[in-house]
Design a binder for this molecule. Sequence first.
Ligand SMILES: NC(=O)c1ccc[n+]([C@@H]2O[C@H](COP(=O)([O-])OP(=O)(O)OC[C@H]3O[C@@H](n4cnc5c(N)ncnc54)[C@H](O)[C@@H]3O)[C@@H](O)[C@H]2O)c1
Length: 374
Amino acid sequence: MIFQSVMKRFSSGFYDVEFYLFIVKNPLLNFNFAPMDNLNPAKLIECASIEEIPSLLHSERRVVVIIDQTVKDLYGKYFPFEQITAEASEKNKSLQMAGEIAARLMDLEADRDTFILVVGGGILTDLGGFVASTYFRGLRCGYVPTTLLAQVDASLGGKNGVNLDGYKNILGVIRQPEFTVICPAFLKSLPLHEVNEGLSELLKTFILFSSDSYKGLVNSLMKARSGASDSMSMIAPYISEAARFKTQLTARDLYETGERKLLNLGHTFAHAIEKECGISHGEAVAAGIVLAAKLSVKLSVTGKTTAEKIENDFRLLGLRTASPVNTMTLADAIKRDKKRSGDIITFILIEKIGKCVTYPLPVNRLEEYLYDLY
Ligand SMILES: NC(=O)c1ccc[n+]([C@@H]2O[C@H](COP(=O)([O-])OP(=O)(O)OC[C@H]3O[C@@H](n4cnc5c(N)ncnc54)[C@H](O)[C@@H]3O)[C@@H](O)[C@H]2O)c1
């Protein structure tokens, strides 16, 4: 009761400062005033070195780290807290593993004042974020993403969840961590194929909102490929910029009713390609973006040079540009896309590099639109 009435007055705005002081200074109110259903965007913290990260938690009474097994082997010593490990695999992104982690939290007697730090790639931030959101109806948490994909995409925007019976992300919630640490130093140990998984999403971000950053990133990556520079230091600023962009965009549209849909650029194609031939998500996204560019030309949303530039850049960067799946199979798979709405499926098309639009298409004309795209 007292909590509810305090919350009511606190949210009225007028009493903010007065009640904040009342809460933090009143020794009779022995609870940590932190929103458990946190929907505010996570604070992005840029860290140049991994060693700096634990100091961010100096004021926490207790921290438990949920960490990827591989990341623990490489960097576990930098996180001097109690640790729960999980192997990163889609099979482990499951209710069973979430239950096992929660059981470990109970063994450790983690209480509502325990802060959960999730350290790892997108599998861990999805899984650990889901546990942190549901254990005791939600503990405060922070993310330390350690893959490129997680730094520019998976750890941002508040979506978490687990797979069910082989279907991806069936159970989950939207709930923001308190902070996300962007530390490109982790990427030095990331295998190249995992870097490429994140690269398509990084390039996608700039195709969506900044032609200058897209050009700058492509140039830096080309130089890095030719051995002329240290790739990580060259792309670090672009990682931060992309992370900021996704954080801001998803804060404006947390539940994907509007502009958040733009982040699906290339993904309608990618999901269909992945389903049909089992190539990795990152590869499918790269091929999907190239197809979206070609569809944009076909529907006169953009000129030929835009699509040719994207395809050429992706090829030079060693990303996949062609779909291994034929048009008819692709159209069939797209019709089963979960984002289909009745007779309409909405594609994200490219007007120019730096500006994309949503474009609804009637499902019954898909074959016609996709014919000849390759
Ligand atoms: N919630 C979202 O908004 C969102 C968005 C995109 C993707 N996702 C999810 O993200 C997951 C994929 O994430 P991912 O690509 O990061 O994969 P991942 O978490 O499986 O990590 C990839 C591999 O890299 C290893 N690894 C992690 N960090 C490392 C490091 N610094 N050095 C060496 N090895 C390291 C992991 O152990 C793993 O083997 C998928 O489950 C996908 O559904 C979620």
